[in-house]
Write a new protein. Structure first.
Length: 271
């Protein structure tokens, strides 16, 4: 109503109470069940020049959703062959072109019907990940002891539309060759035979030294009686030695040659 364009207008409508069979009755009969609806409201009077100020704003289409899943909420897909029917939605609103402020849809509808909010779509069949065959095993990471070797495969086609993800692309396994030789096992000792038993000094040399020592003692003793006692004691000891069967046993020593040999056959210093 009115001649001015834009907000501030008003609209009115007739409201009456009617029987379910269609004939008019008293308002009091309807007021027993619910409140009487409004018969007037404010409105925006659209003029032709508003077309330059307002337009529909279209949102992005949402992800396609299966029709059966949308209706039941408990849908279990059967084997997919060509794809599956679905529906996708979007938001559509009337806004001012200048700043995007929302406006009543009736303004934009005056010039153009509201664009559709839903559309049919096709959900592609799930595509599982496809991988190549494994390569051959790599060489062992160690030349001795326990090492690792690996093999790999590549992705030929990535998973799409909810298909199964790719499996492991690399596998490892232990590998073992010969046991590692320690630094000590690179060398060995070569031991020669024992020599014959030898004395540190000959018996004759020791006896001669004793005689020279005894003579020196005898010269040092001037008393004839003392010298006679020493002589008798020496003779008695000599007789005792001749009677003992262990007197001629002496402690000697034996030697042998010990050489450090490298694995390559060369000798090296002992450490």
């Amino acid at each position: 109503m009115g001649n001015e364009c834009g907000p501030g207008g008003s609209q009115s409508r007739a409201v009456w109470c009617a029987h379910i069979e269609g004939w008019t009755t008293l308002h009091s009969n309807c007021l027993k069940n619910e409140k009487q609806p409004d018969n007037q409201q404010s409105c925006f009077r659209v003029c032709d020049w508003h077309k330059e100020l307002y337009d529909w704003q279209l949102g992005e289409w949402n992800q396609c959703q299966a029709v059966a899943l949308r209706n039941s909420g408990n849908y279990k897909s059967l084997e997919c062959i060509k794809g599956e029917e679905g529906i996708q939605t979007r938001e559509v609103s009337c806004v001012q072109k200048a700043n995007g402020t929302p406006a009543e849809d009736v303004i934009c509808e005056y010039f153009e019907p509201k664009p559709r909010l839903e559309q049919a779509c096709l959900i592609p069949c799930p595509q599982d990940c496809v991988v190549s065959e494994f390569s051959s095993w790599s060489p062992c990471s160690k030349t001795c002891g326990v090492g690792l070797q690996h093999r790999f495969r590549s992705v030929l086609a990535p998973p799409l539309f909810g298909g199964s993800s790719c499996p492991n692309l690399t596998e490892f396994q232990p590998c073992q060759f010969s046991a590692c030789e320690s630094e000590e096992s690179m060398y060995s000792l070569k031991v020669g035979p024992w020599s014959t038993c030898a004395m540190p000094h000959s018996r004759q040399a020791r006896q001669a030294g004793k005689r020279r020592k005894n003579k020196g003692r005898e010269k040092a003793v001037k008393d004839p009686e003392t010298r006679e006692l020493i002589k008798k004691k020496r003779n008695r000891n000599r007789q005792n030695r001749q009677e003992s069967k262990f007197w001629d046993l002496q402690i000697g020593y034996q030697t042998r040659q010990v050489t450090c040999i490298h694995k390559n056959g060369k000798s090296t210093a002992l450490k």
